[in-house]
Design a protein around this ligand. Sequence first.
Ligand SMILES: O=C(O)CCC(=O)C(=O)O
Length: 271
Amino acid sequence: MTSPHDSFERDGFIVLRNFWQHGELDALQSELDELGQLIVGDTFSSVDQGRYSLTAQDQSLLYDRLKYLPALSCMSGSANVRAMCRSLGMQHPSLMGCCNMRLDKPHDARHLFAWHQDSVYLLGSLNAVTIWVPLQDVDLHHGTIQVMAGSHREGLAPFKRISDKVIAPYVPFLQRDISLAEDVQGDPVTIEAKRGDVVVFKQMLLHRSTPNLSNQIRWTAQLRITDLAEPDYRRQRFPTGDRTNIFYASYPGHDADARRAREAESEPKSG
Ligand SMILES: O=C(O)CCC(=O)C(=O)O
């Protein structure tokens, strides 16, 4: 029989059922409600969008604060997350300082992520993982993610710049700056999960958002863990996306020095 570790290495993702057993999700949800009530008003409720209306301004103010909810740090640093990462083969799991929460409103496609690999934006070790945490059930109706099983084994997929941001160290490159250079081929796997489950996927795995077709917001948290024991990551002095960018970090399929030279070559010559 295939072990969870072996299937994770093969597929690049795993769904762990009933992972949160110590009230972690309730703690996160109550912090979320407290924040929402502070920013949006007393009627805010993370389980019922019918009770309040969300202006674009409040949505953006709320969204920007979500990643600072203390419960996200507690969950990221919890003993069960650490033990789970070790059981999936990480030797020295460490936080990446970029945990996050998403709010995906019904029928709002503007913030959906197209196919991508997190490593392009967040960097981290080759075996770094995202722990994707739904606060309610997720499926094609409520909005979820799709993954391309096994795609992490191909290394970094060809990517292109889609903004004119200058390539320099300490300049973060985000989804609006870089996209995949080619269409993704193959049959995606649609993740179905319940509140309490976690989806762990390698940051090298191709994945994307699907639209929320329900009438409630889809709330999810993303915890990110890197492995400081990975030799190549250490050799590169532990690059993370808040301090540098993909033009200064190499992965299988991507030589940063060669890529920077190519980008410099294609810059319009001045004078
Ligand atoms: O939750 C989503 O829709 C996409 C999340 C995602 O792609 C990510 O956090 O890397």
